[in-house]
Write a protein of this length. Structure first.
Length: 226
């Protein structure tokens, strides 16, 4: 997970100032340990004492860095949002055609789902959190990034004549993001990986180009104005 961006100046401050004062390697180790715990055990099943032990620090030190388990979790969600925003913006801001952008997003999903598997599993685990306040807070923050980007993508496609005018931009963005999200889970989360193999064969994860080709045909047939 060494490619995961951890920029303390970019996100919101869910940590104490003491966390910013330790070395970058130590910060990364603590956060990567927490990501693995939350991804495998979920929010409710994760114990901050266990995270501290596995990270090689005392529980007292952990509470010097974070006020609570909730703040540690929200810090990690902020990292997820940075990864999501970077991945989307890198594609959306280009001058490529709509279908070229969609294809690039599919390929970015294949890459990031393998390189940042724990973050994707954590995203999936968020649907099981029992704390309603946290769910409402993080779901709106995360989903608003992709909702805005994909709605604008469709609107621009309609303006350029690349997408049918009778496609509702918001619903189109929602359905498109569902494809992206399920592809992410299919490469990284155990249940969805088995589901992927059941539908498409045991070797489906070795057929990246074929998967992207088929997905692009599906999206193009839905969006194509001709």
């Amino acid at each position: 997970m060494n490619n995961i961006p951890i920029d303390l100046n970019r996100g919101r401050k869910f940590y104490k100032s003491t966390f910013a004062n330790i070395s970058e390697d130590k910060r990364r180790h603590i956060l990567e340990t927490a990501i693995r715990e939350f991804a495998s055990k979920g929010y409710d099943g994760t114990n901050i004492n266990v995270v501290a032990k596995k990270a090689g620090i005392s529980v007292g030190s952990m509470y010097k860095y974070f006020e609570s388990k909730e703040d540690l979790f929200l810090m990690i969600i902020d990292i997820c949002m940075q990864v999501l925003e970077d991945t989307i913006n890198k594609v959306i801001e280009s001058d490529d055609s709509i279908m070229s952008k969609v294809e690039r997003i599919f390929r970015e999903i294949q890459r990031t789902s393998r390189e940042s598997k724990d973050l994707i599993c954590l995203y999936n685990e968020m649907t099981t959190i029992g704390n309603k306040d946290i769910v409402e807070r993080i779901s709106r923050d995360i989903e608003s990034i992709s909702a805005k980007a994909y709605t604008e993508l469709i609107l621009k496609g309609q303006e350029k004549g690349e997408i049918r005018k009778d496609v509702d931009p918001k619903l189109g963005a929602f359905f498109l993001d569902n494809l992206f999200m399920l592809l992410q889970f299919s490469y990284s989360c155990d249940y969805y990986q088995e589901r992927f193999r059941t539908y498409c064969g045991e070797d489906i994860e070795k057929k990246d180009d074929f998967i992207v080709e088929q997905l692009c045909k599906l999206v193009e047939s839905a969006f194509n104005p001709r």
